[in-house]
Design a protein around this ligand. Sequence first.
Ligand SMILES: [Zn+2]
Length: 196
Amino acid sequence: MRVLNHTQYRTADLAAFFRAGLKAQVGAEWKSYVIEVYPYGKRRISRARYNQPRIWMVLPEEWQGPDGLWQSAVRGWALPRKWKSLPRRANIVRLAWVFVHEVGHTLGLHHKDMQTIGGMEIPPWCLGLEIRSKEAPVRTSGDRATSRAAHVQAMVERWGRRLVVARRTLAKWRRKARYYERRAAAAPKENDACQR
Ligand SMILES: [Zn+2]
């Protein structure tokens, strides 16, 4: 089995999950499977090849709410601030239902041969498994000083560019202002017409 992981979830957790699901459905054939995992957004729908051990899985980003319910963090939804500190994990049961469905396709099943996901039992093999986010890299004070210095340098460059643009823009408007001043100076005085 190969797991090609394009998500922020831990590859070891994903592999343990797929292995358990495959062993339950296809037995020793589990080793021949190639499973590619995408975050929701890059792809939206999990899919599989008919009669071939190839599956593409899409993992939505979800948070477990304080009431134990899984809450979708669909893009554009604001999450309550107090939940943001909770560890991010994939909804294991929902993912197991999708995986069972996709493995069904690899065994040659078409939708008319399958149960809808809503009608499925909770797959017992997924209980107790979890798919956790990769740990955020631990930042040392040295890293932080480096990134602060980089930020300062970036700001110096950005404002330097803005200064160049601002000087150019100011010069342009001064030229225009001089044009109008010259025109005003050259124009006949208001009473000139009467005096002629
Ligand atoms: Zn399907």
